[in-house]
Design a protein around this ligand. Structure first.
Ligand SMILES: NC(=O)c1ccc[n+]([C@@H]2O[C@H](COP(=O)([O-])OP(=O)(O)OC[C@H]3O[C@@H](n4cnc5c(N)ncnc54)[C@H](O)[C@@H]3O)[C@@H](O)[C@H]2O)c1
Ligand SMILES: O=c1ccn([C@@H]2O[C@H](COP(=O)(O)OP(=O)(O)O[C@H]3O[C@H](CO)[C@@H](O)[C@H](O)[C@H]3O)[C@@H](O)[C@H]2O)c(=O)[nH]1
Length: 443
C-alpha cells in the first residue's frame, strides 16, 4: 500500500520505517528542510535502538522517501498519517495548531478518496475538528481515523512491530477494512486490533498514559512512606506486583516521570476534563506528586551537606529522561541541575547519548565528562538520575577513588544498600533506608 506520514519526528520516523518494513511504499513529509536532507541521505535523526538497520534497508530498497512538499508527498497515498506535535498550549491543554494547519492544507490537495489518520496524541473531538478543517476545502470523499500510538522511546521499534494492541477509531466501514489490512502484519502475535469510535480511541490514549503516570506517582508516595516508616520499597513493590491484578510493571519509584508524553498528556487530560466541568482530582494529585518527586533527592543532599551547597561539586550520571534515548524533554536531571546551580554548586555530568542535547540547552553552565568515571573527579558526591545499563554494574573501586567523598545519591535504586555499605559508601536512594559507611575511607 502507498502511505504518507506527515511529521517525521520520533513517532513519524518509527511509523514510516516500520510500515516500509512490512512492504508498504512510504513517503515521509516534514517542514524541517535539514531533517529531510539528512534522512534522504541515509542519516537517522533520532537515537532509537534497532531503528537504523531497518531504516537503512528500507531506504536502500526504495520503500522510504522523504520530501518537504506536502502536495507531492500525498499525491499517491491511500492513507495519510499525521504524526505532528501536540505540545502543551499556554494553559496546558493540547495545542492542535500543527494538526489543524495541515488538515486545512489537505482539504485543498485531496484529489481522490484518502484516509487521514490522527497518529498524534489528541484530545477527544479532534477527529471531528480535523474532518471539518479538511471538509471546508475538499471536493472529494475522505475519512478521518483516530489511531493513537503507544510506542515507548528506547523500545519504539519493538513496540511498533509487536504491539500489545492497535487501537483504531473509525465509524467508516471502508476505512476500517483498509486500516485492518495495513496493520495485519503487526498483529500476527495474537494481540488484537481493537476497533472503536473515534472519541473512545482518542480518550484511550490519554487514559493509558494517565493510568501509568498514576501508578508511578502512587509508588513514589509509597516510597516516601517506606522511608518514614522503616520499610523497603523494593520489597513492597515485589509484594504487590506479584498480584496479577496489579502487575509487576511500572511500579518503580524514582525521581518522577518525565519525557515528552506523560507530563503533557496528564495535564492535557486534566484540561479536557475542565472543559466539561469536571475536576479530575486523582490526576491533579498525580501531577503534584510528580513535581515534588523530580527534586526528591535535593533535601537529602542538602541535609548531608548541612544546608550549604555553595562551592560543592557534584558528579551526575544520566541526563536523558530514561535510558536508551537521547531525549531530555522534562528530564528530572535538568531540574536537579537547576537547583544545584542555584545553590552555588557545580556539576560535571555524563550520559551515554543525551549530552549533545543538554549542551545545546545549558552550554557551559555545567561540565560534560568524556567518560562516566571522569565525571567523578574531585566531586563531593555522585548523583544518579537515569538508569542506563552502564551505570548498573560500575567499577566501585574507581568510583571510590575518583570521588572526593564516598557519597552516592541514587534516584533510580540501582544498587543494593547493604552492599554499598560494605563497599564503604554513604548511600541514599528512594524508598529505602539510607546507609552510611562502615569504614570511612576518605581521601
Ligand atoms: N515521542 C513519543 O514517544 C510518542 C509516543 C506516542 C505518541 N506520541 C505523540 O505523537 C505526536 C508526535 O510526537 P513526536 O515525539 O514524534 O514529535 P516530534 O516533535 O519529535 O516530531 C514532530 C515532527 O513534525 C514536524 N512538523 C511540524 N509541523 C509540520 C508540518 N506542518 N508539516 C510537516 N511536518 C511538520 C516537525 O518538524 C517534527 O519533525 C505527539 O502528539 C506525541 O504526543 C509521541
Ligand atoms: O516504573 C516506572 C516506569 C517509568 N517511569 C518513568 O516514567 C517516564 C516514562 O517512561 P516510559 O513510559 O517508559 O517512556 P515514554 O517513552 O515516555 O512512553 C510513554 O509515553 C508514550 C507517549 O505517549 C506512550 O506511547 C508509551 O506507551 C508510554 O509508556 C520516564 O521518566 C520513566 O523514568 C518510572 O518512574 N517508573
Amino acid at each position: 500500500m502507498k502511505i504518507t506520514v506527515v511529521g517525521t519526528g520520533y513517532v513519524g520516523l518509527v511509523t514510516g520505517t516500520c510500515f516500509a518494513e512490512t512492504g508498504n511504499d512510504v513517503t515521509c513529509v516534514d517542514i524541517d528542510v535539514k531533517k529531510v536532507e539528512k534522512l534522504s541521505s541515509g542519516q537517522v535523526t533520532i537515537y532509537e535502538p534497532g531503528l537504523e538497520k531497518l531504516f537503512e534497508r528500507n531506504l536502500k530498497e526504495g520503500r522510504l522517501h522523504f520530501t518537504t512538499n506536502l502536495e507531492e508527498g500525498i499525491s499517491e497515498a491511500a492513507v495519510i498519517f499525521l504524526a505532528l506535535p501536540t505540545p502543551p498550549g499556554e494553559d496546558g491543554s493540547a495545542d492542535l495548531s500543527y494538526i489543524l494547519k495541515v488538515a486545512d492544507q489537505l482539504g485543498h490537495l485531496l484529489k481522490d478518496y484518502k484516509i487521514i489518520v490522527d497518529k498524534s496524541t489528541v484530545p477527544v473531538g479532534t477527529a471531528d475538528k480535523v474532518h471539518a478543517a479538511i471538509a471546508k476545502n475538499a471536493t472529494v470523499d475522505f475519512d478521518v481515523v483516530s489511531n493513537p500510538e503507544f510506542l515507548r522511546e528506547g523500545v519504539a521499534v519493538e513496540d511498533f512491530m509487536k504491539p500489545d494492541r492497535v487501537v483504531i477509531g473509525t465509524s467508516s466501514e471502508r476505512a476500517r477494512k483498509i486500516m485492518a489490512d495495513l496493520y495485519a502484519p503487526f498483529v500476527r502475535q495474537g494481540n488484537p486490533v481493537i476497533f472503536m469510535d473515534e472519541k473512545s480511541a482518542e480518550l484511550t490514549k490519554y487514559a493509558a498514559n494517565s493510568f501509568l503516570a498514576t501508578k508511578i506517582s502512587f509508588m513514589n508516595e509509597i516510597a516516601i512512606l517506606c522511608e518514614r516508616l522503616g520499610a523497603d520499597v523494593d520489597m513492597v513493590r515485589r509484594g504487590i506486583g506479584s498480584d496479577d491484578r496489579i502487575g509487576k510493571r511500572f511500579l518503580f519509584p524514582g525521581i518522577g516521570y518525565g519525557g515528552s508524553c506523560f507530563p503533557k498528556d496528564v495535564q492535557a487530560l486534566v484540561k479536557s476534563s475542565q472543559t466539561v466541568d469536571y475536576d479530575f482530582r486523582i490526576l491533579n494529585a498525580v501531577m503534584d506528586v510528580n513535581e515534588a518527586q523530580k527534586v526528591f533527592l535535593l533535601p537529602k543532599i542538602e541535609s548531608y551537606f548541612e544546608n550549604n551547597l555553595q562551592g560543592k561539586h557534584f558528579a551526575l550520571w544520566g541526563l536523558a529522561f530514561k535510558p536508551n534515548t537521547d531525549d531530555i524533554r522534562e528530564a528530572p536531571a535538568l531540574y536537579i541541575i537547576d537547583r544545584l546551580l542555584a545553590a552555588g554548586a557545580t556539576v560535571s555530568a555524563f550520559d551515554p547519548e543525551a549530552m549533545p542535547n543538554v549542551k545545546q540547552l545549558l552550554g557551559d553552565r555545567i561540565h560534560f565528562a568524556e567518560h562516566q568515571y571522569d565525571a567523578l573527579d574531585n566531586a563531593d558526591a555522585l548523583i544518579i538520575a537515569t538508569e542506563w545499563s552502564v551505570f548498573r554494574t560500575p567499577d566501585f573501586e574507581k568510583i571510590r577513588t575518583n570521588l572526593k567523598d564516598q557519597v552516592i545519591f541514587d534516584g533510580r535504586n540501582l544498587f543494593e544498600s547493604p552492599r554499598m555499605q560494605e563497599l564503604g559508601f554513604h548511600y541514599e536512594s528512594v524508598g529505602r533506608q539510607a546507609v552510611t559507611r562502615l569504614n570511612s575511607i576518605s581521601k
